[in-house]
Design a protein. Structure first.
Length: 275
C-alpha cells in the first residue's frame, strides 16, 4: 500500500468543472428538464424525468439551476441508487412518482449458477424496454437468487406481465411497494490505493487495471474508455478526484481521493471498482 508523506489536508483540491452538453442528445435532455421545471412551477403540478445516468444527473442539475427551480430531488428507490430520476414537486402539490420496483425470484436447479447483473439487464432489454425506463438492478448478497429491479411504472407492469426467464433460469415477478423494500445494507466496496507518476488517464487506468501504460493506452485509443460517461481517446487526459471511469469489458472504477504523495514524489490515488 502506498504511504503518503504529504497529506495535503490544507492544499487546494482541483476539481473537474462543469462540462457543457457535448451533443444533440445532451442538449435535448437539458431543454427537456428545463421544460419540466417551468411547467411544474408555473402550474403547481409535479413533473418527473426518466432515469438518468451520473452524467445526465449533472446536466439535469445545471438545467434546473438555469430554470431557477429549487423544488426538486433525485430519486432512485433506495439510498445508494446510481441511476435516478428527477422529481420536481412544487410546494403543496400532490406526488405522483412513476418509480416502481419489481422483485424477481429465480427458480434455478440445485447447484446451477445464478444469473448475474448483466443477465438480468440483457433479459430486460430483450423486452424492448428503453434503458432510460430502467433504474438500478440490485442483487442483495444476503438474498441469493433474488433481484430487485427499479423501473418506471409502465415498464414495471410490462416486466411483471412478460418476463418469465433470465438467461436459462426461470423467474417469477412481483410488483413491490417501495415501502416494502428490504434493507440492502451498504454495498461492500473495497478501497484500494496505488501510486502513479502523474494524473494522466493512461497512468491512472494502468494502476486500476494492474496493466502496463501501453495496454491502458490501447484501451483508450480503441474508444473503450469513458470518463463520467463521456468517451475519450486522449491518453494524456487529466483526471480529477470524483471521476468515474467506464472501461468496456473491464468494469467501472471511481477515483475517490488523492491523499498525497510518496517519498519519491509519486501521486497516491484511492479508488474502488463497482461490483
Amino acid at each position: 500500500m502506498a504511504r503518503s508523506i504529504d497529506p495535503g489536508q490544507d492544499a487546494p483540491r482541483q476539481a473537474r468543472g462543469f462540462i457543457p452538453p457535448q451533443n444533440d442528445k445532451e442538449r435535448f435532455l437539458m431543454r427537456h428538464i428545463e421544460d419540466l421545471a417551468r411547467a411544474a412551477q408555473s402550474r403547481g403540478i409535479p413533473r418527473y424525468s426518466s432515469f438518468l445516468s451520473d452524467r445526465e444527473q449533472v446536466l439535469a442539475k445545471a438545467a434546473l439551476a438555469k430554470a431557477g427551480c429549487t423544488c426538486w430531488r433525485l430519486e432512485g428507490g433506495y439510498p445508494e441508487a446510481e441511476r435516478r430520476l428527477v422529481a420536481i414537486e412544487p410546494e403543496d402539490s400532490w406526488t405522483d412518482s412513476p418509480l416502481a420496483c419489481v422483485r424477481l425470484d429465480c427458480r434455478a436447479a440445485p447447484g446451477a449458477a445464478l444469473p448475474a447483473h448483466k443477465d438480468y439487464l440483457g433479459s430486460l432489454m430483450g423486452l424492448a424496454l428503453r434503458r432510460e425506463a430502467l433504474g438500478d438492478i440490485v442483487l442483495p448478497a444476503q438474498m441469493p437468487g433474488t433481484a430487485f429491479v427499479f423501473a418506471l411504472e409502465p415498464a414495471a407492469r410490462l416486466i411483471c406481465e412478460e418476463l418469465c426467464g433470465v438467461g436459462r433460469t426461470e423467474v417469477s415477478c412481483a410488483a413491490l411497494a417501495l415501502e416494502q423494500l428490504p434493507d440492502f445494507g451498504q454495498s461492500e466496496r473495497v478501497l484500494r490505493t496505488a501510486a502513479v507518476s502523474s494524473l494522466r488517464l493512461d497512468a491512472v487506468l494502468a494502476a486500476m487495471l494492474h496493466c502496463s501504460r501501453g495496454a491502458a493506452a490501447e484501451l483508450i485509443q480503441a474508444g473503450r474508455v469513458e470518463i463520467n460517461h463521456l468517451p475519450t481517446e486522449s491518453t494524456h487526459a487529466p483526471v480529477f478526484e470524483g471521476d468515474i471511469f467506464t472501461i468496456r469489458g473491464k468494469g467501472r472504477f471511481a477515483l475517490t481521493a488523492l491523499p498525497g504523495k510518496t517519498r519519491k514524489d509519486r501521486q497516491i490515488i484511492e479508488f474502488f471498482q463497482y461490483q
